[in-house]
Design a protein around this ligand. Sequence first.
Ligand SMILES: [Zn+2]
Length: 471
Amino acid sequence: MESKDSAAHVDDHYDAWFVKGLQEFVRVPNLTMMADKDFATNGLIQQAMEVVDSYINKLEVSGITRHVFHPEGSNPLVVYVVEGSEGATKNVMFYGHLDKQPWGAGWEEGLAPNDPQIRGDYMFGRGSADDGYSAFATMLSVKSVQLAGGKLPRIVLVLETEEESGSPNLIPLLNLAEGVIGKPDACFCMDSGALDYDQLWLTSSLRGVCNMDVTIEGGKVGYHSGETGGIIPETFRVARALLNRLDNCDTGRVTEELQVAVPDFKQQEAENLAKMFGDKLFTKYDLHEGVQCVEQDNIPEMYLNNVWRPNLSVTGAEGLPPIAAAGNVLRPKTTLRCSMRLCPNTDPSDAKKVMTEKLTSDVPYNAKVTIDNCHAGPGWCQRQLEDWLHNSLNEAGHKFFNGKDYGSYGEGGSIPFLKELQNKYPDTQIVAMGIVGPGANIHGPNENINLACARKIVKTLAHVINTAGNL
Ligand SMILES: [Zn+2]
């Protein structure tokens, strides 16, 4: 009888274990702590941890141990360790998280955040793609290599419980778990995205972010706008002038002080992706008839504007009444929340300084400006991968993703802890990948996971850890 390879074992367990387990996980109504004031006491995150653990136990992975770190005043961190095969030299870490984004409104008829429905290749539900699948994918890949009689490196699966709240305790928790985790040779962060579901995608870079609220005040109270317009400075106009210092309102280009020259590899990536995807890079967004995208005639530039260059969005406002309640008043103040995406290798504390300086110095009319709620996080650039990892990922791409090499692309969003992880493990090869592809809509309504692609990712992980086990 011919013995099965790890991919065949993945297939054997996929529906009955992976899909079922992930459905069970989606049914747990646990939210991230920022969206759940009872997070610490209602036991929901523990319930999510238990669902994952009960499924992992069903797999009967040999050599597995579980360690929970939950210091007073912090959140739990779960670490599974699978001892490596005899003679194994590598320690491979996987990262995922168990907390979920708020449910949000607008779920389609028949779908709900905690009711995992399967339609064709897709399973819908909050926390499916972001990021419940990561624990199931890692453990099924490990078990499949064991069943196929392959060699394994030492495996460490780290499951965080506060990623959607900005991971405030992650590094202290990793320090606490150091004796169990050891020093990873490679770390797979499974919480990123994919450009499509037909190729294996790695994230080559992520942007940083610097958010701050700027409040501009003139009069101590509001006055009749007819009586005082032209006398008291209009705070919205002052805000417009200040924002123009951050970006050019005609082009969207952010101040040169926050620009970093585009490196050759990024330029190359932009040109390759423009060739591969063309208009698809922007036609997937639903715009009103006739509305054009920024730089839509120059797709490599559009791509670089999105993944490399800084970019400003105003994401909230206060001091402006709703239209229905707006009288002819010269309002006393305007507050705007400024969200600046940063170049992947900009130091966020430098960005904070530049932005604060621009918004608060030489203010027109000497209007009063206050900066609050400043949160900044770093971006990240993937290092060049060692040959074994690069080649193994390409082999997996050829085997499971239509004969294609793996692809690399930059994300416009941010996963700030990657940079912290890289600082903590300076010699570790960090690989960011994920299942969040077109239409996955994590954080929004109808979050879904492409089950066909997730299956290929599990097979890929099995292939790569088997390679690492033989080094
Ligand atoms: Zn996530």
